[in-house]
Design a protein around this ligand. Structure first.
Ligand SMILES: Cc1cc2nc3c(=O)[nH]c(=O)nc-3n(C[C@H](O)[C@H](O)[C@H](O)COP(=O)(O)O)c2cc1C
Length: 184
């Protein structure tokens, strides 16, 4: 049984996290998925999803197992990830359980996928992202593709969520997904 930790922060794009959680729980056997929201994520989730946040771990408790290298998650994905959380992780300051759990993933050399959502980036954002990439995180920006020819937003979001899971080594791309650009 793999433990997958999804960190959700207060950036736009809560729907990506929602779709990833749905796919993990419905389609990926032998995994346990835990969620942590930042305080701002709960506000943005309510705004963008129109619903209450899902059951989650308290982001202010450092007594949780994910705060320790002895019990870290097998894979962690932070989606969407704010520049604020990226700054905290890039500087090793902890500050909340998401930042501490990400810090643990990096020190334990375990997979950490960060999905930043901001535009444009300033130099501080770019330098923080570079530091995280150098420390071993996979930086996978919230850039959904159009070469899959999505016919609606649900397809676009689903394609992107599956792409992130694939990058994290969790879920194969669906066979019906056309990742080769169509020429006609
Ligand atoms: C509706 C809304 C959308 C936001 N979108 C983004 C975003 O896309 N990227 C970002 O870096 N910050 C965004 N912010 C700002 C962050 O929420 C803010 O910097 C916050 O302090 C981040 O805290 P957190 O990293 O603990 O979630 C947004 C805020 C709101 C209210």
């Amino acid at each position: 049984m793999s433990n997958i930790l999804i960190g959700i922060t207060g950036a736009s794009g809560q729907t990506y996290a929602s779709r990833i959680i749905q796919i993990l729980r419905a389609e990926v056997p032998l995994t346990h998925t835990d969620l942590i929201y930042t305080d701002t994520a709960k506000i943005v989730w309510r705004d963008e999803m129109g619903s209450d946040p899902l059951l989650s771990i308290d982001n202010h408790s450092y007594y949780h197992k994910y705060a320790s290298g002895s019990n870290s998650a097998d894979i962690m994905i932070i989606i969407p990830c704010t520049m604020g959380t990226i700054g905290r992780i890039a500087n090793g300051t902890g500050g909340d359980l998401i930042a501490r759990a990400a810090d643990v993933m990096l020190k334990e050399r375990k997979p950490l996928v960060i999905v930043p959502r901001e535009t444009p980036f300033n130099l501080i954002h770019l330098e923080n992202l570079t530091r995280l990439a150098k420390a071993g995180a996979i930086i996978a920006p919230a850039s959904p593709s159009f070469y899959t020819h999505p016919i609606n937003l649900d397809q676009l979001i689903d394609n992107f969520a599956r792409r992130i899971l694939h990058i994290a080594g969790i879920h194969p791309l669906p066979t019906n997904n056309k990742y080769i650009p169509r020429i006609n």
